[in-house]
Design a protein around this ligand. Sequence first.
Ligand code: S3P
Length: 430
Amino acid sequence: MQAIKKLDYAQPSLEGAIRIPGDKSVSHRSIMFGAIAEGTTTVEGFLQSDDCLSTIDCFQKLGVEIAIDGDKVKISSNGISNWKEPNEVLYTGNSGTTTRLMLGILAGSSGSSVLIGDESIQNRPMRRVTEPLKQMGAKLIGRENGQFTPIAVEGTNLQAIHYKMPVASAQVKSAILLAALNANGETVVEEIETSRDHTEKMLQHFGASIAVNDKTIRLQGGQKLKATHVVIPGDISSAAFFLVAGAIVPNSNLTLTNVGLNPTRTGIMDVLQAMGASFTVNDSENSSHEEMGTIEIQSSALIGTEIGGELIPRLIDEIPIIALLATQAKGKTIIKNAEELKVKETNRIDAVVNELKKLGANITATDDGMIIEGPTTLHGGDLLTYGDHRIGMMAAMASLITTEAVTIDNPGCIAVSYPTFFEDISSVIK
Ligand code: S3P
């Protein structure tokens, strides 16, 4: 039986500082890029979470030497052309980023491998990646014509493509760009909305040349990556839970340091601003190649807002916690154009609406998002995580303002992105 965690914080206030742990997206990429490059790459600020450890495990099975020491990682690789053919299945756990980016990388490597993930991954759509990769000449076989893992990859010579992406997805964009590194010719990717650009930034940091013009990206194949040192900023998607808690828990004042402030990820700040939250940003720090800084936030009187369009990819992972925020805002919050939520770790439209309703929220699911009417006093309840880390963290933050205790099933799923989440909550409770 899975553990159930009782959260009975008795309506605290929050005060103090939290150093936000490493960015999950950037941590995955640091391992991948370090493994592709020949030589020794050193990483600092690495997020040692279940998802990122899945990425490390896959590359170790490909013969790449990886040593972890807290948040420091050393990757020693003979380069992508010298990886060994793994004699075990590559297990990508709960991680969509690992699964989709690995498909792009392995498609143009030499050797054969098989990828499989956990139950959630086995139900997440992969054709969005396998289809463009097949257009490049990739040899991939998976259930339902490459839609679901397990997927077998036989590395081969790839050809560049010009690809217009049908969805705004950094995972799809990144899988194509990583395949393009090993393809003949220049690959062009056109996005429908700008998604997170960590791959583009890290390609440059590893010495590749890439041209980005608004939503069009061009990458010449045959470029070699140069091993380097990577400093990873904290994950704004993890910070988001504490930004919301700071704004909705009465008498609170939180300082979050080491927060990644890449503009393709800061949609949550736009929403907090539109809702009238009181916060300040000091963005004077930098990681090795990404913006970062400190955010201070206080309890705030909030108003509803509308969230859609180009903002959605800039806050896609924050929507569960934004929904909680909206339950405390005066008036209506409308979240639209967010149908991608249905194919995340779980269907996050259904999960958020079902669980917040159990606490008394006035929230309705729509085809492409949700509508929340606030403010409402939330009461206690027994909530489900659906094995989804961000639903679990949303439920935990809700428990800080509920009039009675909240329980959550499977709190262990939070370790996918934020293993020290509960310790960090405890450290700021007054
Ligand atoms: C990620 C991209 C996003 C995001 C995911 C991480 C990445 O997914 O939701 O948590 O690291 O590239 P999509 O690319 O599917 O939108």
